[in-house]
Design a protein around this ligand. Sequence first.
Ligand SMILES: C[S@@+](CC[C@H](N)C(=O)[O-])C[C@H]1O[C@@H](n2cnc3c(N)ncnc32)[C@H](O)[C@@H]1O
Ligand code: SF4
Ligand code: SF4
Length: 328
Amino acid sequence: MENKKYFCSELNNVLTCMNQDIVSCCSGRVAPSYFNNYKGEIFSKSYLLEIKEKYFNLLNANDIESTPCKNCFYLHEMKPDDKISETFNLINISHWTQCNCGCIYCARIIESKGEITKRKEKSKYYDFLPLLKQLYKENLLDKENLTVCFQGGDISVLKEFEPTVKEFLKNGVKNFQILSNNITYQPIIKKLLDKNMLYYNTSLDCGTRETYYKIKRVDKFNDFVKNLKKYAHTEFINNIGVKYILLHNVNDNREEIDKFISLMSGIGIKNIEFMLDFKVLFCKDFTKHPIPANYKDIYLYFKNACLEHGMRFGVWPIAEEFIKTNVL
Ligand SMILES: C[S@@+](CC[C@H](N)C(=O)[O-])C[C@H]1O[C@@H](n2cnc3c(N)ncnc32)[C@H](O)[C@@H]1O
Ligand code: SF4
Ligand code: SF4
């Protein structure tokens, strides 16, 4: 990496509000950090921008070793039009861990301890709305072109969810991405979908009630299907994506895939996303991890089944590369 300048668009454009830390990108705890153990501190524009600049200076001084970015696949050689921005155009909201189901693969399981919550709650870490007001006051969010992405936990048990969406709408935001387990119907999701303001993504990961229970640890398969049918009644059906996270010896078989595909096709879903478990994809320092031998076959079977049913097949390029090159 000698004599080269590096750039990362995530570092430049993204602000990620995790439960404990406020960081740049979504790679979680390893990301360049603005606040550790955030507890609602007030901050100025220059405070955040100086930290961003500090990391860019390290990348450009060839000191990647001093950043958490070493070997990250987002890092690329600096291009002439790569300029450090004074605002963020993507904000990830992920400051709570509570959820109304308990997926066996959940990346948040350490923080949530796998607990299943039934009622709406405040985040156990900090409130997002005061932070949001501060970001607007300091002009840190792109006024014309901001994308808001809710992750979590699940939005359906977050008290602040609806007021937060309304605050963004008040500020002219037109572009939302929401990830949810789809167990509880949310009228505001339907409204955003019908206005073409939302990309909605949900992980079903199976095609039967039995497998659903094994994965999610709640018996809510039928609720999922009922809610998805209601959301799918929209002019903007292409803005709904349903994901299948492949889990070894749980859903990595053709029978389950057939049932999933025919269920989705019957509901009229057009976008299917195929995903590997993060635990397979991300190891400590982004090094590769061998993946089970049947994945290549399952991946091709899944892809063909989607295409045969006229559904768009989406896959993270990095997951696809792993399957092709890293099979045991
Ligand atoms: C932590 S979840 C929160 C949002 C919402 N509760 C949900 O599950 O869609 C954020 C996203 O990460 C995905 N995810 C969580 N754990 C994962 C894992 N081990 N491997 C792959 N994707 C995972 C979920 O499917 C979801 O799209
Ligand atoms: S290079 Fe990777 S770890 Fe560093 S800021 Fe970019 S996305 Fe995050
Ligand atoms: S629905 Fe989302 S937050 Fe809830 S357990 Fe599953 S992956 Fe985790």
